[in-house]
Design a binder for this molecule. Structure first.
Ligand SMILES: [Zn+2]
Length: 119
């Protein structure tokens, strides 16, 4: 069954709820670990560990910018696979992220053009 090894690599990378959630977070574009920490409320080490699996499968890559490391999906075709699984499972739509408030996110993307908070 070796001829399926390359495909299995991607399916294995997808077969974890945290990694599906991370891929959903990256659907909108690149994000740093600190952004995902805020979004999911998970420990940084845990997120990094899951990102490592996605990176080793060749689905994501990272880019260092100063203190931050940004992750992005390099095979956006994977979303066609994920969306197909949603259809098969009857979800019919993309996963709703556990949208924690991003107001407190300190990542550079959340702070672009940020006006001083009005409180
Ligand atoms: Zn952020």
């Amino acid at each position: 069954m070796d001829k399926y090894q390359n495909e299995i690599k991607y399916l294995k990378a997808l077969s974890h709820p945290a990694r599906l959630a991370i891929l959903e977070a990256l659907r909108q574009g690149e994000a740093c670990v600190c952004h995902m920490e805020t979004l999911f409320g998970w420990r940084q080490a845990y997120i990094s560990q899951q990102l490592m699996v996605l990176r080793e499968a060749g689905l994501v890559t990272d880019r260092r910018d100063g203190w931050n490391v940004f992750y992005r999906v390099v095979k956006p075709e994977i979303y066609a696979v994920i969306d197909a699984v949603y259809q098969v499972s009857g979800r019919g739509m993309q996963i709703e992220l556990p949208m924690a408030s991003l107001d407190s996110c300190t990542c550079p993307h959340c702070n672009i053009d940020l006006e001083p908070p009005i409180k």
